[in-house]
Ligand binder design. Structure first.
Ligand SMILES: NC(=O)c1ccc[n+]([C@@H]2O[C@H](COP(=O)([O-])OP(=O)(O)OC[C@H]3O[C@@H](n4cnc5c(N)ncnc54)[C@H](O)[C@@H]3O)[C@@H](O)[C@H]2O)c1
Length: 265
């Protein structure tokens, strides 16, 4: 079997669960040595245990990606320990929907810090290393909410749209120096956190409906199902691999055709 990420060192943020965990496992299966970042040490160690169980290699780096000093330390330590840094997957993010008028300035800042500032911190810390290597690739996780209107996700969508703009600038400004920066925009992905939130909406319903919120969401997706974390991890492996050497500054929706549906409406 081909190993598309052989000899690569890959840092993945929020790799203790969901898309980050699935990507960490897949990257390792493709031969990368994976630095598993998460704010939660137990979750990060579980991911590393899966990697090792499957014969892969990696280490855990616990850090809060909204803390610039912690991110700088993590990137520096990873580079010093492993001697190179080829892939940085800025994946941390998330938010629960809330009407814009009800989002306080503090809440906005929290959403912005997790979904945008964290990406800036990771890129800022890793870019000098990649420029010195004259090679390296960034991948950032946006969202359908960063491309199209999504109810209750104004702050989150704005932060996700912002990271796409940042990645494009990196691609254009540093592409001639061997740097790539791409963005992946997942549609609804059936991670434990999303499933729990959908179930909580059903629990709050006062009127009896024939369909659960989960079923309604599945119907909204043209392919008829929610995505899973492996759908995103599969696309991520391609985007960070040398097979995508000419793919730079791209925003790739991986969403079962939701973006196609909304943008052609
Ligand atoms: N799940 C979806 O439906 C969906 C859809 C579109 C975009 N996304 C995006 O995909 C990315 C991953 O989402 P997910 O649903 O897989 O996540 P998740 O909620 O399943 O996992 C989140 C992980 O992030 C870690 N984490 C939280 N705050 C952190 C911090 N400050 N520093 C480091 N780690 C932190 C948590 O401990 C946890 O392990 C996010 O950027 C999210 O916005 C998700």
């Amino acid at each position: 079997m081909s190993k598309r990420l052989e000899k690569k060192i890959a840092l993945i943020t929020a790799a203790g669960a969901g898309i980050g965990r699935a990507s960490a496992i897949k990257f390792a299966r493709e031969g990368a040595r994976v630095i598993v970042n998460d704010i939660n040490v137990d979750l990060a160690e579980q991911t590393l245990a899966f990697i090792i169980e499957q014969g892969g290699q990696g280490e855990v780096m616990v850090a809060d990606v909204t803390d610039q000093q912690a991110v700088e330390k993590m990137v520096k330590q990873s580079h010093q320990a492993l001697g190179q840094l080829d892939i940085v997957f800025c994946n941390a993010g998330g938010s629960l929907p809330s009407a814009y008028a009800e989002v306080s300035d503090d809440e906005f800042e929290t959403i912005y810090a997790l979904n945008f500032r964290s990406v800036h911190y990771c890129i800022k810390a890793a870019l000098p290393i990649m420029l010195a290597q004259q090679s390296g690739t960034f991948l950032c996780t946006s969202s359908g909410a960063g491309i199209n209107y999504s109810p209750g996700l104004a702050a989150y969508g704005a932060a996700k749209a912002g990271l796409t703009s940042l990645a494009r600038s990196i691609a254009v400004e540093y592409g001639s120096q061997g740097i790539r920066a791409n963005v992946i925009a997942p549609g609804p992905i059936e991670t434990p956190s999303l499933r729990a939130w959908l179930d909580s909406l059903d629990a709050k319903q006062t009127e009896k409906t024939t369909q659960s919120t989960y079923q309604q969401w599945c119907e909204h997706v043209p392919v008829g199902r929610l995505g899973n974390a492996d759908d995103i991890a599969n696309a991520a492996v391609f985007l960070v691999s040398d097979e995508a050497a000419f793919v730079n500054g791209v925003l790739l929706p991986v969403d079962g055709a939701i973006h196609a549906k909304l943008s052609s409406a």
